[in-house]
Design a protein around this ligand. Structure first.
Ligand code: OFO
Length: 172
């Protein structure tokens, strides 16, 4: 059984994953109307789907452990970006914020000796290591490219190979 504090922290994480999904969905929609970046667009759509899976995985866990997962209200995400580079900078910033909130949940689980939640959250801890590393690599590449249009063309080709989160969270 989850404590009230643990349940609240997990529900806050549900909100953050849902908000992340919205943030990347907004990036996807914005990218979709920019010319010539179809693969970047589908990367954002995939990322948004992935975050929704992270949210669902948490909802199921909370309810299975005798708690109640609250479906939260969400904020309007940033709808447009000055450039692709800006969008990816925001993505990295957002992932760093998600990692911090995951650490908070893990801290509470440890303090409460809730090892089931602690164990469950390890999946998120490793997922965040991957996602942050990926976001950093992309930012580095975009930095190198600068304003070079052919570089952006190659970046868009490259991103096709990128797997966000390595598959569906439901399978893990
Ligand atoms: Fe990328 O955030 Fe979920 O965990």
């Amino acid at each position: 059984m989850l404590s009230k504090k643990m349940q609240d922290a997990l529900n806050e994480q549900v909100r953050i994953e849902a908000q992340s999904s919205q943030v990347y969905l907004a990036m996807a929609s914005w990218a979709e109307i920019q010319p010539g970046i179809d693969n970047i667009t589908s990367f954002f759509y995939r990322h948004s789907d992935e975050e929704r899976m992270h949210m669902l995985k948490l909802i199921k866990f909370i309810n299975e452990r005798g708690g109640f997962a609250m479906i939260p209200a969400l904020e309007q995400p940033q709808p447009t970006f000055p450039s692709i580079k800006h969008a990816f900078k925001e993505l990295l910033k957002h992932e760093e914020y998600v990692s911090q909130s995951i650490n908070t949940v893990v801290d509470i689980a440890l303090n409460e000796k809730d090892y089931a939640t602690y164990n469950f959250m390890q999946w998120y801890v490793s997922e965040q290591i991957e996602e942050e590393a990926l976001a950093r690599t992309m930012n580095d590449k975009l930095e190198l490219i600068g304003d070079d249009k052919s570089g952006l063309y190659l970046f868009d080709k490259d991103i096709l190979m990128v797997t966000v989160g390595g598959g569906s969270a439901a399978e893990k």
